[in-house]
Design a binder for this molecule. Sequence first.
Ligand SMILES: [Zn+2]
Ligand SMILES: [Zn+2]
Length: 431
Amino acid sequence: MSQAKNAPTRSWSIDWTNLLFLGGYHLLLIVLLPLYLIQYDVSASLVWGTAAIWTLCLLAITMGYHRLYAHVTYRTHPAIEAFLAFWGTVATQGSIFSWSHDHRIHHRHVDTDLDPYSAPKGFWHSHVLWMLKKRPEINPRIIQDLWKRPSLQAQHNHYSLLMVTANVVVWIGLWAVTGDPFGSFVIGILLRMFLVHHCTWFINSLAHMWGSQPYSTEHTAVNNFILSILTFGEGYHNYHHTFAGDYRNGVRWWQFDPAKIVIWTLSKLGLAHDLKRVNKLTIKRRLVAADRHLMMERIRELKHRIDVDAWSARVEEAAASLTTNLNGLKTASDKFQRMKEEGLDSLRSVKEHKVKEMRDVRDVKMQEMRDARDETLQHMRERRDQELEALQKRIDELKATVAAEMKEWKDMVELLLETPESRLAVIPVPA
Ligand SMILES: [Zn+2]
Ligand SMILES: [Zn+2]
């Protein structure tokens, strides 16, 4: 009893699996990388091969684990899903279930004690230390949509085996390309794992600390271009925490977000669909609200230099008017779009009706032509039969005539050629 009272209480326990794995491979890298670099030159094929694996792993986390599974911002072909799941497994960031589970909680409870990688707890906590603390069991209700999918269940249940196998396959593949087993392991597996991990982890740490907040100051998430480069588009984290349902993180066309370009391209190829976008006017309204908040703060800061009441009133008035007009514009554009679509629908139904009419007319006309054709054929057949009959009659008549004439002919021949000359004079010429 007394012991329990005096012992320091700790609300968490160490996740030994994560600690040994993460600590172990970092140590191995620290030892093996210098050893390798001292002994060997790094070949170009090893650099390019590792860069390719790094790219695929980060894209799989960004496009797959994050935007496809954790936020369901689009749907994609099973082959693409399998590809993303494979490279996501190679990236060694846990199963799709555990990643999405923790990430959804992060969004729902951002910056609070419930947030697994709550940034206000400090850089190291949100970057890596949170993983060394045992996480509560997965609550299937949080990932209900994913939980019922057998392929994702399998990836979760056999995660360790799949992760090791996938990395061994990648190692052997890189070894086959470079002919360098040691380098492929140290650079292609260990160093690449280190780079992919820390780039992703920066989104939980730095992307909640270092950057701008154009869309919202209600959470710690920031926009940061450099982090976008390191994670293929995840650096626009302020936008992402404000509109997590958008398949884009860099929502402006010029923002560096290769993942959004790949997803968009897949959709054009018919390999992705249901891409979710937040309406431009909704984003604008949000920007106005964020700017209003910042301006009011600034006005309060400058209270000794400016007329706070007058300025506040002016900003509030402008923000209210702009918001009202943006709302009106959104309602009108939505209605316009709806009417256009309805118009299209009715045009489509009129077109279908006309096509049906044309088809009916065509059917009647064709039947008429078919009947006419049959009549003509019948007529021709009859005429032909009559002609044939007449011909037959003529042939029979001619045959009879010929037979009669032949008989007469023969008689004549017999008479003229075989009758003695003396008797010819007395025989009369046949009629
Ligand atoms: Zn975040
Ligand atoms: Zn997210």
